[in-house]
Design a protein around this ligand. Structure first.
Ligand code: GCV
Length: 726
């Protein structure tokens, strides 16, 4: 679906008020704690306020449904906050400057405008400056209530980012159907790979106590167009499917429903045994299928608009259909059949690999799933991580994208920063998401991008989805750090429109979260845009991957070896030896490149053509090999690690100049975290160089400092209480 006449970013570019028109903030504001996210609605500067004084004096429309009430309440809250006076609320437009909101059903004034709402689909909306009853009005209209809510948030965003509100003519609709968060939250309140405190869901107090935060969570998600959420960890607990927990999930669903958010749960494949008293969970056993049918019907009695199941099966010790000699399709289809009568779907994860399988871990999902293309029921989506290993700081796109034309593949991004410095490192992830979406699979010729696979246009998928592993917890600032809020934001914006640029998203977020002051927007956006590359440089340069500490994944551990599974060690991935470093995935090695289209395989497989950022992902390269800079590989590694540390130092210095513009509470925390990040970047650099030097046996290039400590020092560090590992 087209995303409309003028995008937010386009309007922003054209209409952002000139710097001169924006009054300079008089000193730093009062400390903020980040709770309000990007929905702060602070009073706007005087010049802009003058311009919009005649705007939004009235909110008009019948707001009789919970969702329309939420839309009107949000507009009222936002406008009152930004303009200083609460708008009046009335059924129809009676004064200039009204915002008229609704659907053709809720408002005869909207029906009369004939806005052509059919083109926006079930969740889209139109924003239009027009005249209603002879009065100047801004219309927020949609076919559905939730479309109106999304439109209200869009209008507020224009306000918050100081875009002009004159002559609005916005037509928007989401390009992807399921825009879904995956919470890896456990019933005991812990969060797997969560770095922002305990789980937001207080299962113990549910269903009776509904923490007001649940509503704020819903508002934040609705502001981005996120329309679904999986409440529970993919490493699933069958207890979540028992009646008391369904009551609790139903209570949450009740809070989220007015905001257009549908609830999903993870299904533990062995649940029929664990909570059903059956002897087997074999998907082809009629008693098992019947158990799931009954269970699903029970779930829908609790949650009539339940979305369906997310399933991790036969992966990292989770039970699955292969335990009974059945295929992933057998397992997914059995659950899909139970859900189909209720219009639910199965999101079946493709994240599978086995240590019993000798083949390169990067190849296993493709080998497992491509033969099953076309064998899944209509209501199954296959959820594929962006890369073939596991959310590394940089991975080439997963070879499954483009390779399963008959099975809707949905994207799984990780928002929580398991491999990117937890909550303390400032790493803006939109460039990483973009890199995958922009990658060309070549499956239907040039331009067959992952973005087109995911939005369904390449293969004509009937269902589409983008999932993000949430970084949301009970911390006051939700995401563990102020800048990690930007990753939640960027995920949501890209799920709605996977064509948006990282820069446009960063600019919107910065304006709403910190300030519209150019002295803030420009440097902060620049910091954000460089930050992911900085992390790759100091953690896993030139295509290296999976070098983190064992188990908790905190800090460097390139020396990790042994233990229960080779594919959980670092040495499996970097393969450093006296000759060189890197994983040969060409025809002379694991031949993983053969899983890509021939054009892509030819590029990745050729040492000379392989993008340097993926060099050691696909090739084992001699230490003295000359890279593009004409430096030897070894020297280039040292230079790149060092550059990463310097980039963090630059970010820290830039941030320190912003003291006058950012409230003291948030400024101080970001500053402290940047100091941690710089220290840890140095640690990554030094530990990695100390270790790899034992193979390269070459000196560091002139002028580059030796690691601060011995390799033994780094190897001896232990972090038994690092967060997020359960
Ligand atoms: C939920 C990685 C993480 C695991 C996670 C797994 C997955 O391996 O380290 O914690 O488990 O991915 O995505 O299933």
């Amino acid at each position: 679906m087209g995303s409309g006449v003028r995008t937010t970013a386009g309007i922003l570019k054209q209409l952002v008020l000139s710097a001169a028109a924006v009054a300079v903030f008089a000193g730093p504001a009062r400390a903020e704690d980040g709770y309000d996210l990007w929905l702060r609605y602070k009073p706007i500067e005087s010049a802009a306020q003058r311009q919009s004084r005649s705007f939004a004096t009235q909110i008009a429309g019948q707001t009789e449904t919970p969702t329309l009430r939420a839309a009107a309440a949000e507009l009222s809250r936002g406008l009152a906050g930004m303009l200083g006076t609460a708008p009046t609320v009335s059924g129809s437009v009676t004064s200039d400057g009204a915002v008229l909101l609704g659907t053709p059903t809720s408002s005869s004034e909207i029906a009369a405008l004939k806005l052509g709402l059919d083109r926006v689909g079930d969740e889209g909306y139109v924003l239009r400056s027009t005249t209603v009853n002879g009065r100047r009005a801004t219309v927020v209209a949609a076919r559905s209530d939730v479309g109106v809510l999304y439109g209200a948030f869009h209008l507020l965003r224009l306000f918050q980012t100081r875009a002009s509100l004159d002559n609005l003519d916005v037509v928007e609709s989401p390009r992807v159907q399921f825009r879904i968060l995956n919470h890896w939250d456990n019933l005991d309140g812990t969060v797997e790979r969560g770095y922002s405190g305990a789980s937001l869901w207080d299962w113990h107090k549910l269903p009776d106590y509904l923490d007001p935060r649940y509503t704020d969570y819903a508002r934040a998600n609705a502001s981005l167009g996120i329309n679904a959420t999986v409440l529970t960890n993919v490493n699933a607990n069958a207890t979540a499917l028992t009646a008391p927990y369904l009551d609790k999930a139903a209570a949450l669903a009740g809070v989220l429903r007015p905001y257009g958010i549908r609830v999903f749960l993870t299904a533990r494949f062995s649940a029929p045994i664990e909570i059903g008293g059956l002897k087997t969970a074999d998907p082809l056993d009629p008693a098992v299928a019947a158990w799931w049918k009954t269970k699903v019907a029970e779930i829908y009695r609790h949650i009539p608009d339940f979305g369906g199941f997310l399933v991790k099966a036969n992966s990292e010790g989770q039970p699955g259909p292969q335990d009974y000699g059945r295929s992933h399709a057998d397992g997914a289809n059995m659950l899909a059949d139970a859900l189909a009568p209720h219009r639910g779907v199965v999101m079946w994860r493709a994240f599978v690999y086995s240590h019993e399988e000798p083949d390169d871990r990067a190849k296993q999902a493709y080998s497992e799933f491509v033969p099953l293309d076309g064998k899944f029921r209509d209501n199954v989506l296959l959820q594929v991580k962006n890369g073939a290993i596991d959310f590394q700081p940089r991975e080439p796109f997963h070879p499954l994208f483009g390779a399963m034309p008959k099975t809707p593949l949905m994207m799984e991004f990780q928002i929580t920063k398991e491999y990117l410095g937890f909550a303390t490192h400032l790493v803006y992830l939109a460039p990483m998401y973009r890199e995958t979406l922009d990658a060309d699979t070549w499956r239907k010729g040039k331009g067959s991008t992952v973005e087109k696979v995911v939005d369904g246009s390449l293969h004509g998928y009937r269902r589409t989805g983008i999932a993000g592993v949430a970084n949301i917890g009970a911390d006051r600032n939700w995401s563990g750090s102020h800048f990690d809020q930007a990753n939640w934001y960027a995920f949501g914006r890209l799920a709605w429109n996977p064509s948006l640029s990282s820069e446009a998203i960063a600019e919107e977020w910065t304006r709403m979260t910190f300030s519209n002051e150019p002295a803030v927007v420009e440097p902060v956006v620049q910091m954000m845009l460089r930050s992911r590359e900085a992390a790759v440089d100091y953690m896993t340069p030139l295509g290296l991957h999976h070098l983190m500490g064992r188990g908790h994944h905190y800090g460097p551990g390139p020396w990790v070896e042994g233990g229960p599974r080779a594919d959980w060690t670092s040495v499996y991935y970097h393969r450093a030896d006296a000759r060189g470093i890197g994983f040969d995935r060409t025809a002379t090695g694991s031949n993983a490149i053969a899983q890509y289209a021939p054009e892509v395989a030819a590029e990745f497989g050729d040492l000379k053509r392989c993008p340097e950022k993926f060099l050691l992902w696909f090739h084992h390269v001699p230490w003295d090999y000359r890279v593009q800079s004409r430096r030897t590989l070894w020297d280039e590694l040292v230079v790149t690690y060092t550059r990463g540390v310097q980039s963090v130092g630059d970010m820290r210095k830039t941030w320190s100049t912003l003291t006058p513009y950012v409230d003291s509470g948030r400024h101080a925390q970001v500053a402290a975290f940047l100091t941690i990040q710089e220290k840890e970047a140095q640690w990554w650099r030094d530990a990695s160089i100390a270790y790899f030097k034992t193979f390269s046996k070459r000196p560091l290039p002139k002028g580059f400092a030796e690691p601060a400590h011995s390799l033994d020092y780094y190897k001896a560090l232990e972090f038994p209480h690092a967060p997020g590992h359960h």
